[in-house]
Design a protein around this ligand. Structure first.
Ligand SMILES: Cc1cc2nc3c(=O)[nH]c(=O)nc-3n(C[C@H](O)[C@H](O)[C@H](O)COP(=O)(O)OP(=O)(O)OC[C@H]3O[C@@H](n4cnc5c(N)ncnc54)[C@H](O)[C@@H]3O)c2cc1C
Length: 590
């Protein structure tokens, strides 16, 4: 058994007495070599102190806020307790797969999870490719392109004829194209109250859907071109493992690989007991309608359901939403969802919270839906948007020894390795929020690890979530709901858009920008925005979190006037007690 190792502050230049701003480990945690242990901050930068070895944390010698200098002992590691470099621990259990959007308790979905067991060294056999990627969604194509750019011989296997996965074909992109059309219609209608009246919109559904498809085709065609330019071999067919280094593709071809990245994504979850009727659709069906139903029931008040409701409401459907939980967009703070709820309750036929669908009976008249409250109504179409299910169970992953849980989720470590060291998993098939930007970020990590970058790891502090509803709802990092559940202390500062000149000029005073800050340091821990363009505005707060910025940094950053981005600075000024765009605050700091 080896002696415990003291981890000390390395050479940090001329700095002394720098504060410890983050502890990534606790006593008893197992760590791999290079895992970040402690984050220090000087005037110039923040710096992670990595673990020199794999092992178990025996004792912490510092806490957050302590000041340290070169040579100060940070903690002690027992190297005998952990695995050697490149080895690790069993993969963590995967959380429930639900909707796009982080769950309240995340920020970093995979960061910090233990590494799975490494049972073999890097593969050295005679394989047909260095890396094969299964699935060409935002996770898969990013991983394949990055791997090729790093000099690896790369093959991308996709069961569909077009690349791009759910996101490009039947997810993010087509939904946002239709949401753009919806916004134009809504804005034109709103201008009636402001002195400009256009005629009623004349809808050519076939033309609208053709335009949406042309956007999709442009992007998916672009991917095919970029794959060719990188010499990534694209194989069309369904891949299944037939061994630890071998895939069977559509029962027609075998492919041997040194490394594999599983990016098989997810599919819409089904509600049990639904009758088989073409008027009951999922999000894919909702994105390519032949016509606009007069009455639409949306089952599921999460992001996908509400985005589709936004589209159909603008196109002229009378929309009802049924949500089993007591809030729309569960996981997001209630005060942030409130302006959206208020606006859509005025536009939609009904919103039922804490309600489930008991039964659906198809007839010539429509779909007769009974709710568990006993109410019955007949709709022309029913959209089921109750979450998504990971695709891990259709890969015959057991043939390669890869563990998949009963929900189809594949657990990984921070380097995206599964329990089989040369097989990685990324995106919707892994734990965490089902979001395209999480998938692509993980794809890069997996490719870089395979290319030999030992420091590559998923260490993002937050994955932002956006509902592109009207108004948009966006949040990142800590939420108040999660803070209360976990007993995390925070300061809250919010700015109402009713006091934003820009919000008034676009006639959208209902918005709100909120920052959650660490008490004392006022570092950004989380943020949320509701209002038009919230999805763009949240980016500044994610950057602030990643850089360890505090409210003063944001408040002293000059934001152009009049913009909605000012509301982020104004919220920071509220925290600082320096706000002049609101009536005098009771507790001014300066
Ligand atoms: C309507 C809708 C709107 C959305 N909007 C957003 C949004 O605005 N922003 C956002 O971030 N996210 C959004 N999402 C979620 C987003 O689409 C997913 O998070 C993202 O596509 C996941 O990427 P991925 O690479 O993990 O998998 P996917 O995009 O699901 O791609 C997986 C690919 O793997 C292929 N595949 C699976 N198994 C095999 C196999 N055995 N062999 C070969 N190929 C296989 C599939 O055919 C698919 O092409 C939306 C989803 C939906 C449904």
């Amino acid at each position: 058994m080896s002696e415990p190792i003291e981890v000390r502050v390395p050479d940090i230049g001329d700095f002394t007495d720098v504060p410890v701003i983050e502890l990534h480990v606790s006593a008893g945690d197992e760590v791999a070599a290079e895992d970040p242990l402690v984050t220090l901050e000087s005037d110039k930068a923040t710096m992670d102190v990595p673990s020199p070895v794999a092992g178990v944390i025996a004792q912490l010698s510092v806490k957050i806020g302590d000041r340290v200098s070169e040579g100060s002992v940070l903690l002690t590691i027992d190297p005998a307790g952990g695995a050697g470099e490149g080895e690790g621990e069993p993969a963590a259990p995967a959380p429930e797969a639900e909707e796009p959007g982080p769950k309240a308790e995340e920020p970093a979905p995979t960061a910090g999870e233990p590494a799975p067991k490494a049972e073999e060294p890097a593969p050295t056999g005679d394989y047909e490719c260095d890396v094969v990627v299964i699935g060409s969604g935002p996770g898969g194509y990013t991983a394949a392109f990055r791997a090729a750019d790093l000099g690896l011989k790369t093959v991308l296997v996709e069961r569909h004829a077009t690349l791009g996965g759910v996101c490009l074909n039947v997810g993010c992109i087509p939904s946002k194209a239709l949401l753009h059309a919806a916004r134009v219609i809504a804005e034109v209608q709103e201008m009636r109250e402001r002195g400009i009246t256009f005629g009623e919109p004349e809808l050519d559904v076939a033309k609208l859907i053709a335009w949406k498809q042309s956007v999709v085709d442009k992007l998916t065609g672009g991917l095919a071109g970029m794959a060719r330019a990188r010499k990534v071999e694209v194989i069309t067919g369904e891949a299944r493992f037939s061994g630890p280094h071998e895939l069977d593709i559509a029962g027609e071809r075998k492919l041997t690989f040194a490394n594999c990245i599983i990016a098989a994504g997810s599919e819409a979850a089904r509600l049990p007991g639904m009758p088989d009727d073409e008027r009951i659709i999922d999000s894919t069906g909702a994105l390519s309608p032949d016509d606009v139903p007069a009455r639409l029931l949306v089952i599921g008040g999460g992001i996908i359901g509400l985005e589709m409701a936004t589209v159909y409401d603008a196109l002229g459907s009378r929309v009802t939403v049924v949500e089993a939980l007591d809030q729309l967009i569960p996981g997001c703070d209630a005060d942030v969802v409130k302006p959206l709820h208020k606006r859509i309750s005025e536009r939609y036929e009904a919103i039922h919270l804490s309600t489930k669908v008991a039964s659906i009976e198809p007839s010539g008249e429509g779909l007769r839906v009974e709710l568990d409250s006993g109410a019955t109504e007949t709709y022309d179409r029913v959209l089921v948007a109750v979450g998504r299910r990971a695709n891990g169970n259709a890969l015959n992953a057991g043939a390669a020894g890869v563990e998949v849980d009963e929900r189809g989720v594949i657990a990984t470590d921070r380097q995206m390795r599964t329990n089989v060291p040369h097989i990685y998993a990324i995106g919707d098939v892994t734990p965490g929020p089902m979001l395209a930007h999480k998938a692509s970020h993980e794809g890069r990590v997996a490719a870089e690890v395979i290319a030999g970058d030992k420091s590559a790891a998923f260490d993002a502090r937050a994955v932002p979530a956006v509902a592109y509803t009207d108004p948009e709802v966006a949040w990142m990092g800590l939420t108040e709901t999660a803070a209360r559940e976990r007993g995390v202390e925070y300061e809250r500062a919010s700015f109402p858009w009713a006091a934003s000149g820009r919000a008034l000029t676009i006639d959208r005073a209902e918005g709100m920008t909120k920052l959650l800050l660490e008490p004392g340091s006022r570092r950004v821990l989380g943020a949320a925005v509701v209002g038009p363009n919230a999805g763009e505005l949240i980016a500044e707060t994610v950057l602030a979190l990643e850089l360890g910025a505090d409210a003063e940094d944001i408040a002293l950053t000059i934001h152009a006037h009049p913009t909605l981005s000012e509301t982020v600075a104004f919220a920071a000024e509220v925290a600082e007690g320096t706000i002049t765009d609101l009536p005098p605050q009771r507790k001014g700091r300066r």
